[in-house]
Design a protein around this ligand. Structure first.
Ligand SMILES: [Zn+2]
Ligand SMILES: [Zn+2]
Length: 141
């Protein structure tokens, strides 16, 4: 599947070829912390099948296991773009949220569920608004 992506400020854009059956949701602590979200959705792409324009920033993250990952993001707007092995950047874990065709890339499996939010499967029970709620609903008490 051919996909297109950009960061939020559009300083960086990319195209890639991905396999939609390889999309995963990662519920690890690092993904939760770095995205500010309960999990991150990722699809792998071979580096040679990714064309990127612009100059993203890099942050080398070291996991508790000692595993190092190069986290690549837009230095202006902060949008996460992909992560890769800093010593062997052959496979890019593209951040599905930055991909225009993300609605067609649902996760096919979940990983690091030991740290998944226990309420993740209950989200359908909260009310769903087609757009942002009235400000009164979002005002802290
Ligand atoms: Zn940007
Ligand atoms: Zn993760």
């Amino acid at each position: 599947m051919h996909i297109h992506g950009t960061c939020h400020c559009k300083a960086i854009s990319f195209t890639a070829t991905v396999d939609p059956t390889k999309v995963l949701a990662c519920h690890c602590d690092d993904c939760q912390k770095m995205t500010g979200a309960p999990y991150r959705t990722v699809v792998p792409a071979m580096a040679q099948n990714v064309q990127m324009t612009g100059s993203p920033k890099h942050y080398i993250k070291t996991a508790q296991s000692g595993n190092r990952r190069d986290q690549v993001f837009c230095g202006t707007c902060g949008t996460h773009l992909y992560a890769t092995d800093p010593d062997n950047p052959e496979i890019f874990g593209l951040r599905v949220g930055a991909i225009d065709e993300r609605a067609s890339l649902p996760p096919q499996l979940h990983i690091w569920c030991s740290s998944a939010m226990t309420w993740i499967t209950d989200l359908k029970n909260a009310p769903w608004f087609s757009q942002g709620p009235a400000s009164a609903l979002f005002t802290p008490k």
